[in-house]
Design a binder for this molecule. Structure first.
Ligand SMILES: [Zn+2]
Length: 185
């Protein structure tokens, strides 16, 4: 029996999946880049995600996103949060191209963050051992600074939402984003 096809019926699945093969399914909505699952490989890596200059380095990074209510678990217990986040968290691995300037910036960020964390922990332990609150306090400040520097200098993409169908990311430069077609969510 021949199956009848109604050309007027709305697509049964995600409409993005109906784009012609070979055409990148990545698109943007404002300053958000939308990457359908399975299209991670289509992410252009020849240009820097931050400034659009030619890239010299590709970082394959796993991005995770948790439904906002998972953070409520933090009120209960950090271990409950960690378990929930691991079970319900949605992940995507995205290759990110970086130009020389942004690759160096990221390297500096990782270095400063590592040194700051080590120095901070050292000062905290030193402060406790010597019972000097000033040293302990300095350690706390150093730890906080290391985290802020780490986040500011090393961030690649910022996941707005990741689900079963696609990931939505912010934190990309305008020039890099301008190569993608605009589509409303
Ligand atoms: Zn760059």
């Amino acid at each position: 029996m021949k199956e009848e096809i109604n050309p007027y019926q709305p697509p049964l699945t995600d409409p993005i999946a109906f784009l012609p093969p070979g055409q990148s399914q990545l698109h943007r909505s404002g300053n958000v880049l939308i990457i359908p699952r399975g299209s991670e490989k289509d992410m252009p890596t020849t240009l820097c995600i931050k400034c659009g200059e030619p890239s010299v380095k590709i970082v394959r990074k796993t991005f995770a996103w948790y439904s906002p209510w998972v953070y409520l678990a933090l009120l209960v217990n950090i271990i409950v949060f960690a378990i929930l986040a691991a079970v319900i968290g949605k992940k995507m691995i995205i290759p990110c191209g970086l130009c020389e300037r942004h690759a160096r910036r990221r390297f500096t960020g990782i270095l400063l963050c590592t040194l700051g964390l080590l120095g901070g922990i050292g000062a905290l332990i030193g402060g406790i051992a010597t019972e000097e609150p000033m040293i302990g306090g300095a350690g706390m400040v150093l730890l906080l600074a290391a985290i802020i520097v780490g986040i500011t200098l090393t961030s690649l993409l910022r996941p707005v939402r990741i689900d079963e169908l696609r990931g939505q990311f912010k934190g990309l430069g305008d020039l890099f984003l301008s190569q993608f077609p605009t589509q409303t969510l």
